[in-house]
Ligand binder design. Structure first.
Ligand code: DAH
Length: 352
């Protein structure tokens, strides 16, 4: 009877051995046979029921069973471990013939690059680069630029007002003209540019954005005339778009300049023959400009009888779009590295 039990456990063990396929199953099986309440362990405790003459024999048989299972366990375990190791090695093999993972490298924002180029050019001509706040007072953004409250010229700028009617997001960089004049107290000549962000309540599309950048310019000195403005703009556009580019002024209207002009450059693409970039006119508008209005000089503390000046405002995105052949201004502000890469290439090509 007692030996029957050993036989039973042995048969169970033989069955079990055939059905073990994983290390988990193996460990479960170890618990089942050799654990605290395991089948073999329990056989051991049966020894007290075995007649004393047979205890030795019984003990040997149980031990043999234990050894058999232990041996099986150890062998199977190292087999599984080897298998796991091989699988791991296999999955971690480095195939040196595979193409390497490409690491995306950032590139400078092309709009920023263009602004830097313009800054360098003006600095080389003796200009200062000025700065002004984006949250601006109505008085600097409009009033001191000769645009009083209620003037229809304000409507054109669709301004974001922040607090009542006095604090706004600047709709143009022109307020920096006023700030620079006040800083110089009507005493010193001014040669400055100011690149900066501007805001208008525009719907965003390929050529409009609620936030865009302008490059403002202001020169105040003695005997400044429209030809100084033309000469200056000419140098800039030649540098940006090529030596063969011509400049032309068309009459225009701004409150803060008199006379005011619209600055056109000859189309760098078709050389004035007419194409889609210049809308078949041969010319492209790149800036507004003019001779500083005497009222603006006066409000800025400069005596118009002594001083005269010119001012201009470029749309920075427009310049970059033209220079790098980009047809959607929104791409300057998204963070897609692939686009930055394309810009980088275009920029490199523009130096060829
Ligand atoms: N501030 C003008 C605008 O946003 C651009 C401009 C025109 C600036 C003529 C100037 C200027 O300094 O003289 O439309």
């Amino acid at each position: 009877m007692i030996y029957e039990k050993i036989k039973e456990v042995k048969t169970l063990m033989e069955e079990e051995k055939k059905n073990i396929h994983t290390i988990l199953e193996l460990n479960n099986s170890k618990v089942k046979f050799l654990g605290k309440k395991g089948l073999i362990t329990e056989l051991n405790s049966e020894i007290k029921n075995v007649p004393s003459g047979e205890k030795r024999e019984f003990g040997q048989q149980v031990n043999a069973l234990r050894e058999e299972f232990s041996k099986f366990y150890e062998e199977k375990k190292s087999l599984f471990e080897e298998e796991i190791l091989n699988k791991k090695l296999e999955s971690e093999t480095i195939d040196i013939s595979l193409p390497a993972t490409r690491v995306l490298i950032g590139a400078p924002n092309i709009l920023e690059k263009l602004i830097e180029e313009v800054e360098e050019l003006f600095i080389s001509m003796g200009y200062d680069v000025e700065d002004g706040p984006e949250i601006e007072e109505d008085k600097f953004n409009f009033e001191m630029l000769n645009i009083p409250k209620g003037h229809p010229a304000r409507d054109a700028q669709d301004t974001f007002y922040l607090e009542g009617e006095e604090i706004l997001l600047r709709s143009q960089t022109s307020p920096v003209q006023v700030r620079t004049m006040l800083k110089n107290k009507g005493e010193h000549p001014i040669f400055m540019i100011c690149p900066g962000k501007t805001y208008r309540r525009d719907d965003d599309d390929a050529t409009h954005s609620h936030q865009f950048m302008q490059i403002e310019g202001l020169v105040i000195d003695k005997d400044i005339s429209l030809s100084d403005l033309k000469g200056t703009i000419d140098v800039v556009v030649k540098k940006l778009f090529g030596e063969d580019i011509e400049t032309r002024f068309r009459p225009s209207y701004y409150q803060f300049t008199e006379p005011s002009v619209e600055v056109d450059i000859s189309c760098f693409n078709c050389k004035k023959k007419g194409c889609s970039i210049c809308k078949h006119t041969g010319w492209i508008t790149v800036a507004g400009a003019g001779i500083v209005h005497p009222n603006v000089l006066k409000m800025g503390g400069y005596n118009p009888k002594v001083w005269s000046g010119f001012a201009f405002g470029f749309g920075a995105e427009r310049l970059a779009m033209l220079k790098y052949d980009i047809n959607d201004c929104r791409v300057f502000y998204n963070t897609d590295l692939r686009e930055a890469k394309v810009f980088d290439r275009k920029e490199a090509e523009s130096h060829d």
